[in-house]
Ligand binder design. Sequence first.
Ligand SMILES: [Zn+2]
Ligand SMILES: [Zn+2]
Length: 142
Amino acid sequence: MHRGSCLCESIQYEIESDLKAVVNCHCRFCSKAHGAAFTTLLFAPFSGLRVIAGEDLIARYHMEKSNADRCFCAKCGTRLFNHAPQAGMISLVVATLRVDGPLRAVAHINTESKCSWHQIADGLPQFASMPAPAEFRQLLAG
Ligand SMILES: [Zn+2]
Ligand SMILES: [Zn+2]
């Protein structure tokens, strides 16, 4: 079990995860929302997330295109996770986690919409869009 919070710490959560399904997402939405070249995300089942404080402060911005909500703190603006209810999954913003153990991204995804001013300078696998589930499983196994 891992814990995390937003910047103002009003929202606190727990997440059940082995912290392996971590990617750097270069999609335009992440880039705009975070004001950064890319966002490091952890994929996890929604059922593994428990908001233990500040649930009423979670604001949602619905993205038609991905049919998902981008969830953030209404008080401090920290992006916490994206929730795709139909898929039953979240992608958690890793930077909000309090991590004790090792954690590393396994791939770059959505590189087709990468910022032109950012250069990927590591050897991690790159995917133009979102890898298919089978591809993703293979990545995590390797
Ligand atoms: Zn906050
Ligand atoms: Zn993204």
